[in-house]
Design a protein around this ligand. Sequence first.
Ligand code: GDP
Ligand code: MG
Length: 478
Amino acid sequence: MVYDWFNRQSETAPTQPPADPEASSPESQQETAVNADDDPLEWARQAYARLKAQKEQANAIAAEPVPESIPEAESESQPESAAEPEPAAAEQAPVAGLSLLEQAAAQRQERQQQLEQEPEVADQPIADATVEVDRDEEPTLGDFDDTFTWSAEVLAAQGRQAGQVTLEEIDWLSRLRQGLEKTRQGFVTGLLENLGDDPLTPEVLDDLESLLLRADAGVKATDQVLDALRKRMNEQVVDPSEGIRFLKEQLRDLLEAPIKSSGVDLLAPQRGQLNVWLMVGVNGVGKTTTLGKLANLAVRSGYSAMIAAADTFRAAAVQQVQVWGDRSDVPVVANPSANADPAAVVFDAIGAARSKGTDLVLVDTAGRLQTKHNLMEELNKIRRVVDRLAPDATVESLLVLDASQGQNGLKQAMAFARAAGLTGVVITKLDGTARGGVALAVASEAGLPIRFIGAGEGIRDLRPFNSFEFVEALLAGR
Ligand SMILES: Nc1nc2c(ncn2[C@@H]2O[C@H](COP(=O)(O)OP(=O)(O)O)[C@@H](O)[C@H]2O)c(=O)[nH]1
Ligand SMILES: [Mg+2]
């Protein structure tokens, strides 16, 4: 089944026996389509049953999709999930790059253990055990648990029918929610402590202000949200649930503003023409990883892709990119000689892409900070090559930002990247940081649309940005 992430639609779902909106299914499957507003749990249950049936159909023999359900205790969610290879192993042969995956899994587990040792506020049960640790490149269906129902609700709220819910989306939403865990802990717990059953008070708003600032949302975004809330509060009494609804709306509007003004809601490679996407940003923020994930996303979504290894500065960069290319069967164009000219690599890649009719060329660039000036020259040169060789191509210049560096990273990157003709931002490493609010700072301070977000080191831990889903994940539990 192909799920086109760039257009958020499934290519095969409609051809499957649909969960008939007219509810004309035979008695064996009492699929009376339920309205998600009336009965969200039943809606989620139907979506789950359907996914399960699809899965069983797909692997008629092997699929025992769900291990017995796991007790809800939050401390168990992570280690459990790390040791949960069964459904994965049953479905998919091991892939190249497994050792990288294992490393990533180990690192993640280690980090998780560190997190668990920190004093934590037990604000809600964390039922994210369904998110397996990227052993597998195919999503698997976990338990029918809190994470599933939350994900289903988020999809329902966007107008999806129970029969249209895909495993791809459920899988990503669980990852996103889990990735935002740390940011959410401070945020939601803080909010819960301050919000009783009483209407909003100025004190609650003051606390919200510090919560936003602590999550690294930046002064501008924080002021904007607070001003809107204060104004609203002066007009009428705002009870807590209305306060939350209004807050979510404000956060969404803020994130959406640059997306709206770009005129492109969802960045996708244009079919039938060459698309060139450059990854730019300082060292270590996750450019290469992002590019590897994007190559996979493109292929999964039905595009042909190619990688240009134009980080010719770091010795191991080409091998790193090659591993990512192999994982998705995406060709990598590189120049093996030391310190090759990055622009020449891009030149070769565009030539190859043209002759093969490739949809998307992903360009990895070097990001060393010390040689800012040279780097700018280098980027400009790459850009000139692209413009000259492929004047008809759609070019995106994506600034990659590490969320764990918060606003510092943003300022640094903006200074460095001003001349790079940026068209959008990718935020990486949302997992394991409490600074997820930096997305708000990106939108308000850089005025750039966020195009993708990364919440883990695995190949499926990066997806197109969706402000609704982001805000819901940020405030899940409220
Ligand atoms: N936890 C986490 N790590 C990430 C993410 N994206 C990248 N990384 C890690 O960040 C490190 C640097 O990534 P790399 O792609 O080499 O950065 P580059 O120097 O900008 O190309 C690697 O260890 C990646 O695995 C993410 O979304 N979450
Ligand atoms: Mg790199």
